[in-house]
Design a protein around this ligand. Structure first.
Ligand code: PEP
Ligand code: MN
Length: 341
C-alpha cells in the first residue's frame, strides 16, 4: 500500500503518522521527493482500511498495490485448487485443475417423480452432480418458496437412487443441520454478501458453491470467498451467474470475462450458471459452450422434465433431451480444452 502525504506536511507530523502505522504491524518505507513525501507500507496490510487512511488529515492519496484478499489470491497459491467430493464406492468427483463439474437439475424440487426422474436422466447424459432447491429465495413472498425439509428428503432420495452427489442452496445458517448429507452447499446470489452467513460457513467442513451477487464486482466476490476461507474452510467454488445491466433482453448479463478475471486473480475453481444468466432456455446451450471455451471449470444448468409447468424458472430450464444433446457437444469442447468431465 502506498500513501502520498499532503505537500507541506511537517516532518514531525509524518514521524508521528509513521509510528501510528507501525503500531498496526507494518514496516514503513519513507521516500521524500521534491514536492511530495510518499510512504510505502510493507507487510500484511489486510487489516488496514484504505478508507480510514484516506480520511486522515495528512493523507492526500492511498493506493493499494496488492489485493485485500490473501487466501483466495493466486499470488499466495499459484496452483489451481481442485475440490474433490467423495462419492459412493470410494470414488471422488473433482472440480478445478483440469476437471469439469457438471451440475444439472431443476430449479426447485417439486415431487418425488420429478426429482428422481430428472436425476436419472441427467446422470445418464453425464452430469456429475444433481442440483435442486429445497429452500428457494423468491422475489415475491407469494411465489412458491420450495418444499423445505420435504424437498431435502426427496433430494436425498434422488441421491440414494442415482449415486449423484447433490448441490442445494442454504438460505440461513439454522438450516445447516439439514445439510449433513448434502455434498455442496450453495450460497445464492442474494446471500453473497451476507457476512454473518459466510463467517458461519467458514467453520463448516463442506464445499461451498458461492454465486456472484448480481450487483457485485469481481473483487467483492473474492472478498466473500475470503470471508469463508478466513474461517478455515478453503473448499470454495466460485460461480458467475450473470449480473444486472441496462439491457433486459436476457434476465441478467453473463459476464464471460469474469472467468479469466477470476482465474487470473484466484486459484479457486470457477463455474458458470448459463440458466440464471440468460433466463432463456434456448440460449443456455450456446452460453454453456462459451463458458467452457472461456476456461470455466464447470457448469450449473437448470433441467426440467416439463418446463412449461415448472413451479420455478421454467422459461430458463432445458429439457432432459436438450441437456443430453448439450453434453455430447460439451464432451468435445472439454477434449479441446484438455479437460475431463
Ligand atoms: C438458483 O440456483 O436456483 C438460484 C436461485 O440462483 P441465484 O442465487 O444465482 O439467483
Ligand atoms: Mn432457478
Amino acid at each position: 500500500m502506498i500513501i502520498a502525504i499532503k505537500p507541506g506536511t511537517a516532518q514531525e507530523d509524518i514521524k508521528n503518522f509513521t509510528a501510528l502505522l507501525e503500531r498496526r504491524g507494518v514496516k514503513v518505507h519513507y521516500s521524500a521527493g521534491t514536492s511530495q513525501t510518499v510512504l510505502g507500507l510493507v507487510g500484511d496490510t489486510t487489516g488496514i482500511s484504505e478508507e480510514s487512511l484516506q480520511a486522515h488529515h495528512l493523507v492526500e492519496k492511498v493506493v493499494r498495490v496488492q489485493e485485500p484478499y490473501k487466501r483466495a489470491n493466486r499470488a499466495f497459491h499459484p496452483l489451481d485448487t481442485r475440490i474433490d467430493i467423495p462419492v459412493a464406492g470410494g470414488q471422488v468427483r473433482s472440480i478445478g485443475a483440469g476437471s469439469l463439474g457438471i451440475m444439472a437439475g431443476p430449479c426447485s424440487v417439486e415431487t418425488r417423480e420429478q426429482i428422481v426422474g430428472i436425476a436419472n436422466s441427467v446422470k445418464q447424459s453425464g452430469a456429475t452432480f444433481l442440483r435442486g432447491g429445497a429452500f428457494k429465495p423468491r422475489s415475491s413472498p407469494y411465489s412458491f418458496q420450495g418444499l423445505g425439509c420435504e424437498g431435502m428428503d426427496l433430494l436425498l432420495e434422488a441421491k440414494k437412487e442415482t449415486g449423484l452427489p447433490i448441490v442445494t442452496e442454504l438460505m440461513a445458517i439454522h438450516q445447516l443441520e439439514l445439510f449433513d448429507e448434502v455434498d455442496i452447499v450453495q450460497v445464492g446470489a442474494r446471500n453473497m454478501q451476507n457476512f454473518t452467513l459466510l463467517k458461519e460457513l467458514g467453520r463448516c467442513h463442506k464445499p461451498i458453491l458461492l454465486k456472484r451477487g448480481y450487483a457485485c464486482t469481481i473483487t467483492e466476490l473474492l472478498m466473500a470467498a475470503e470471508y469463508i476461507m478466513a474461517g478455515g474452510n478453503d473448499q470454495i467454488i466460485l460461480c458467475e451467474r450473470g449480473i444486472r445491466s441496462f439491457d433486459n433482453f436476457t434476465r441478467n448479463t453473463l459476464d464471460l470475462s469474469a472467468i479469466p478475471a477470476l482465474k487470473r486473480k484466484s486459484h479457486l475453481p470457477v463455474i458458470v450458471d448459463p440458466s440464471h444468466a440468460t433466463g432463456l432456455a434456448w440460449m443456455v446451450p450456446t452460453m454453456a459452450k462459451a463458458a467452457i471455451a472461456a476456461g470455466a471449470d464447470g457448469l450449473i444448468i437448470e433441467v426440467h422434465n416439463n418446463p412449461e409447468e415448472a413451479l420455478c424458472d421454467g422459461e430458463q430450464s432445458i429439457t432432459p433431451d436438450a441437456f443430453d444433446s448439450l453434453m455430447t457437444v460439451l464432451r468435445k469442447y472439454a477434449a479441446l480444452e484438455e479437460k475431463i468431465i
